[in-house]
Ligand binder design. Structure first.
Ligand code: C5P
Length: 233
């Protein structure tokens, strides 16, 4: 995989046409287009099919969490769309096993959401968890590996520990990426592209630093260059 193929752009925009504009500007500087909840409910599902039919890699960031029957059927429908990645927001083995059944016979890769990168220790305490974000991420990452998932979503700050605990064949996909000098926004556990790759991330998810840049193509190219340099180092 080259550096651009490891760059996932979060298309967090209001409508498919906004996404198409961004995709045509960014082009081959990124390898995967992530369609999240905002876009999914404004025509993003059709856009996902259109991109997959055109041979592009699509990441459906649906963060599924429901009873097993519903998760299984939803996963099967997303696999049939031709998506490459799907996130499942399960905190339990039943949800993950349901997603595994739903993707049978397809090439869909399942990624588990561990702890949202916008949450810090105080937020987890408010949820009733006594674990630190790092410990909870690691605990959930091990559970996902047992369930047979392809990988996890985790902040760069936890990537090294997850890599150590899960081995080489487990995908680590890292959002909360902020190149030096860019706005942190609502993210709490951020990291630069260089540090995230050095920590063991396979793919980086980048939204606003690219989508809200004056020149999205240049911003994506700069991050791809940073990934390239980090891989070489
Ligand atoms: O704009 P920004 O780079 O912060 O976007 C990050 C993207 O990654 C968003 O689409 C967000 O939904 C997603 N994400 C995240 N943290 C997770 C899982 C997904 O930020 N744990």
């Amino acid at each position: 995989m080259n550096a651009s193929e490891r760059l996932i752009v979060a298309l967090d925009v209001p409508a498919p046409d906004d996404a198409r504009t961004l995709i045509s500007k960014i082009g081959a500087h990124a390898g995967v287009w992530k369609i999240g909840l905002e876009l999914l409910f404004s025509g993003g599902a059709d856009l996902a099919r259109e991109l997959a039919d055109a041979g592009q890699n699509v990441f459906v960031d649906a963060k599924l969490l429901d009873i097993p029957h519903t998760v299984e059927r939803a996963t099967a429908n997303i696999a049939a769309m031709g998506a490459t990645f799907l996130t499942v927001h399960g905190h339990d083995i039943k949800t993950m096993q349901a997603a595994m059944r739903g993707r049978e016979g397809s090439d869909l890769k399942l990624l588990a959401v561990t702890v949202l990168t916008s949450l810090d220790a105080a937020d987890l305490e408010q949820q009733g968890s006594r674990m630190s974000p790092a410990d909870l991420v690691l605990h959930r990452a091990k559970l996902r590996k047992e369930a047979g998932f392809d990988g996890v979503i985790a902040s760069g700050q936890e990537a090294a520990q997850i890599r150590q605990a899960t081995g080489r064949d487990f995908l680590i996909v890292t959002p909360g990426i902020r190149p030096a000098g860019t706005d942190v926004g609502d993210q709490a556990r951020v990291m630069t592209p260089t540090r995230a790759i050095a920590a063991g991330a396979d793919y980086l998810v980048v939204g606003r630093p690219i989508t809200q840049a004056d020149d999205p193509a240049a911003a994506a190219a700069a991050i791809a260059n940073e990934i390239d340099a980090a891989l070489a180092a």
